[in-house]
Design a protein around this ligand. Structure first.
Ligand SMILES: [Zn+2]
Length: 199
């Protein structure tokens, strides 16, 4: 009853975060009734995603020929100040404020348990290795740019314990982002204030 390509499309798209099986199916039906041009565009767009690499230092996606992203490569950025963010979109929000001149580590979405996944542990190890090899054992400052939600606080205190031996100063974004709010949705002005007024 369900044409195979539609089923296949829905199966694949329901694997994406925020898209359930019903929504995926709706998308598939929508596309089947649309012009071919749109399907072509989607096909090209997903295809070109295969050129995207993940920076071996901060784990932000990039398309450089090098292993590192533009931020990690830039001599203008301060190496010994590192902001830890959960999502690539959080990094983008902080970059938009133009108030932060350090480096980043994109950790990936932290869960509700205050325990990191294997991939996140590996990323944190990458940072610790970098600090010991390139920064003489201690960073100047590590900023936990974690959402001020209840889970964010739990995760921040877990990260604090992990990172305290590796930095002179450990801060969090200052007030301004409402409690329970998310970095991704904070406006530029609020986020600028939060990064300048870190605590
Ligand atoms: Zn990078």
């Amino acid at each position: 009853m369900l044409p195979d390509p539609i089923k296949k499309f829905a199966d694949v798209f329901s694997k994406l975060p925020g898209i359930g099986p019903r929504q995926a199916l709706r998308l598939a039906f929508y596309l089947s009734s649309e012009e071919r041009a749109l399907m072509q565009e989607i096909s090209f767009a997903t295809d070109s995603m295969s050129r995207v690499k993940i920076c071996s230092l901060c784990f932000y996606p990039h398309t450089n020929t090098d292993k590192l992203c533009a931020i990690c490569e830039s001599p203008a950025r301060l190496k010994n100040i590192i902001a830890i963010v959960e999502k690539a979109t959080d990094l983008m929000s902080l970059e938009k404020t133009k108030r932060f001149k350090g480096h980043y580590l994109v950790l990936g979405d932290l869960g509700k348990s205050g325990v990191m996944e294997t991939e996140q542990k590996l990323r944190l190890e990458t940072l610790k290795n970098y600090i010991s090899k390139e920064l003489g054992g201690k960073a100047e400052e590590i900023i936990l740019a974690i959402n001020p939600t209840a889970y964010g606080d739990l995760n921040a205190s877990m990260l604090q314990k992990e990172l305290a031996p590796h930095t002179n100063k450990l801060t969090r974004l200052g007030r301004g982002i409402p409690t329970g709010g998310e970095i991704e949705f904070a406006d530029e002005e609020t986020l600028s204030a939060a990064i300048l007024g870190r605590i």
